[in-house]
Design a protein around this ligand. Sequence first.
Ligand code: SF4
Length: 70
Amino acid sequence: MNENHLCCTCLHREDRPELGLGGKLIYCRKKEMVVSPKLKCDIYSRATKQSIKELERSIYGVIPEGESEY
Ligand code: SF4
């Protein structure tokens, strides 16, 4: 995937093994569909440590300290 593509750094991108490692297609959790990587997107949200943590918390509930790392 081109590093200029917004999806690379977007919170809404979801890694799906079935889409392969080529990075030509990505699954957008927000749009709930497979999309080609975007250079422009109205709903882009930059993934930060904090926003990723909040997302995980909303999906998995509260994760006790020390159990979120593998
Ligand atoms: S919200 Fe836009 S930039 Fe983010 S993953 Fe979906 S399509 Fe890509």
